[in-house]
Design a protein around this ligand. Sequence first.
Ligand SMILES: *[C@@H]1O[C@H](CO)[C@@H](O)[C@H](O)[C@H]1NC(C)=O
Ligand SMILES: *[C@@H]1O[C@H](CO)[C@@H](O)[C@H](O)[C@H]1NC(C)=O
Ligand SMILES: *[C@@H]1O[C@H](CO)[C@@H](O)[C@H](O)[C@H]1NC(C)=O
Length: 346
Amino acid sequence: MLSSPILVSLALILSLPLVLFFTQQILPQIPFPFSSPDAEDLALFHRATHITNHLSTFTNPKPKIAFLFLTNSNLTFSPLWEKFFNKNNHLFNIYIHADPTSSVVSPGGIFQNRFIPSKITHRASPSLIAAARRLLASALLDDPLNQYFALISQHCIPLFSFQFVYNYLFKNQLQSLANFADDFNLRYPSFIEILSDDPNLNDRYIARGENAMLPEVTFEDFRVGSQFFILNRKHAEVVVRDRRLWKKFKLPCINEDSCYPEEHYFPTLLSMEDPNGCTGFTLTRVNWTGCWDGHPHLYTPPEVSPELVRELRLSNSSYSYLFARKFSPECLSPLMDIADNVIFQD
Ligand SMILES: *[C@@H]1O[C@H](CO)[C@@H](O)[C@H](O)[C@H]1NC(C)=O
Ligand SMILES: *[C@@H]1O[C@H](CO)[C@@H](O)[C@H](O)[C@H]1NC(C)=O
Ligand SMILES: *[C@@H]1O[C@H](CO)[C@@H](O)[C@H](O)[C@H]1NC(C)=O
């Protein structure tokens, strides 16, 4: 004869699947007290890195460029970008991450329905890294033809036509590998600035505490570079898949003045993972001359001219700049005036 404690245990064991079933049904709807705020991101990143859609040959259909707009204000320059994209709809995709607290209004047109689920972003916090990773993951998932991923802000403008940018990116093969590499990602580099000689590098390395980055990131591995990059698909996946470095870079800074995680995470990760697959150079021009407060020069309408556009294209490397920042919203009108005859005339 079974004793009642055993019966109770048996009843409990038998009801367990039922309990699990109901919890699973209910869980998604209720905010779970101990679920991490990163959970949705993790699910997205997991999906984005478990699709295998590498393309090796690119004649037909043609590869696309994913333009990742990261913004916390209205996309004032959308008319200029509309002109830039022109009639090349089959060669690009747009994705927008807009801080949900800043009441950004969709500019419509080609930007319509291109907003991805977004979260709050703050300067000098890891939230800008998280936003860029969300954009990369969404673009990886959305279209296997996305082979380059260009991060753009609301203050960025194009310096050339879309056709020029497209040809420029897809013609700049890594010469050392061009002859034998079938895989696109081995032949086409990522354009991301990677510097190790910044005078503030040590302050920034210890911004989370003296040994906070160890053992994952030693000071010798720590890099700095512009937040704005163009990554190839392989590197976009590296970024979205990463947990090891993110664990460190998501820590809050003790010293906010030396923080800027987004200027370190991407260059450090990619220089650790695949330095030879990166040019070490950004294609987005920014003017730091005479700036000391962490904000680069903000161009205003009187400065906009054909000469400025031509000057901003020039670089000291063998690459030319394709985009530039930062432009104040009021620059839209003078930029539109020179769009057809200067910016997109190349
Ligand atoms: C964006 O534009 C709309 C109207 O076009 C305005 O109501 C809103 O405040 C703007 N948002 C920001 C962040 O400037
Ligand atoms: C960079 O900004 C400075 C002012 O901070 C300005 O004098 C200079 O002309 C700018 N350079 C370019 C190339 O626009
Ligand atoms: C090129 O190098 C010179 C000399 O170092 C510097 O003055 C100039 O600002 C650089 N130009 C660009 C576009 O970086």
